[in-house]
Design a protein around this ligand. Structure first.
Ligand code: NAD
Length: 259
């Protein structure tokens, strides 16, 4: 498997879920990977899993919502590996106190937008110059199915943040289309990762979500990693400015099939 041979990739949120699976899959496909997360121990574990399998990875602790942190991790990646070709801006949060517009506190809005939207902006801000200096590359920003569909189970700040990711992705794709930089968003459906399982903390809440998924199951982080790998690799060379829905059919459904 050498779909990313010779490439240098930076993955945020690499300590868990989609980012963890993607960092490992990118490395298994030949990429040198900078793993970025706020959680040191699990991030180090992701990098260690890569190196013990014979790949190349570094662990960088950083908060994507801080400009200085993203500036530093991009610079360190280029110092260590000499280039940047793939950036997966994937780190995100879903706060338990995020609800409808009436009940959600301003602090929850600011926190969520800070990580999910501004974190992607800061990623792109520092990754794009590094990619231009490397001859081009592929940026993948993690949005969500909620960027295209309204939900009665409201998480207003989270939903707005993912809409922002989708919109900025589209614009950057156009701005950099002739500079050999592709920019796409990955829109996962509901996944069986810590993020959603902690939020849907009862069987009743999980079932309420599951009923909307035509495939009748939550997605796996590994299934998102496969989609991210395709967007990262040259196999998607004519794809830019798109939202790749990987959602078990959720966004296509009017009614779901009988169980
Ligand atoms: P996860 O909680 O398993 O992993 C997210 C990782 O991001 C964690 O390791 C966390 O430490 C890291 N992180 C959080 N804030 C950070 C910050 N400020 N700086 C650096 N790292 C930070 O979640 P996941 O399910 O793998 O989610 C990854 C992405 O997918 C998120 O953007 C999420 O919104 C999106 N997404 C998830 C689902 C789902 O159902 N799980 C659905 C759609 C979109």
């Amino acid at each position: 498997m050498t779909r990313l041979e010779g490439k240098v990739a930076l993955v945020t949120g690499a300590a868990s879920g989609i980012g963890h699976e993607s960092a490992i899959l990118f490395a298994a496909n030949g990429a040198k990977v900078a793993c970025v997360d706020t959680v040191k121990e699990r991030n180090v574990a992701t990098a260690a899993a890569i190196t013990s399998a014979g790949g190349s990875a570094i662990s960088l602790v950083a908060d994507v919502s801080k400009a200085g942190d993203m500036d530093r991790v991009v610079a360190t990646t280029v110092e260590e590996y000499g280039a940047l070709h793939v950036a997966f801006n994937n780190a995100g949060i879903m706060h338990p106190d995020d609800g409808n517009a009436v009940d959600t506190e301003e602090s929850i809005w600011d926190l969520t937008m800070g990580v999910n939207a501004k974190g992607v902006f800061f990623g792109c801000k520092y990754e794009i110059p590094a990619m231009l200096a490397s001859g081009g590359g592929s940026i993948i920003n993690t949005a969500s199915f909620v960027a295209v569909m309204g939900s009665a189970t409201s998480q207003i700040a989270y939903t707005a943040s993912k809409g922002a990711v989708q919109a900025l992705t589209r614009e950057l794709a156009i701005v950099h289309a002739r500079q050999n930089i592709r920019v796409n968003s990955l829109c996962p459906g509901p996944l069986r990762t810590d993020l959603l399982m902690n939020f849907l903390d009862t069987t009743e809440k999980k079932d309420r979500r599951l009923v909307h998924i035509p495939m009748g199951r939550f997605g796996e982080a590994s299934e998102m990693a496969e989609a991210a790998l395709w967007l990262a690799s040259n196999e998607s060379s004519y794809v830019t400015g798109t939202d790749l829905m990987v959602d078990g059919g959720l966004s296509a459904a009017y009614v779901t099939p009988e169980a």
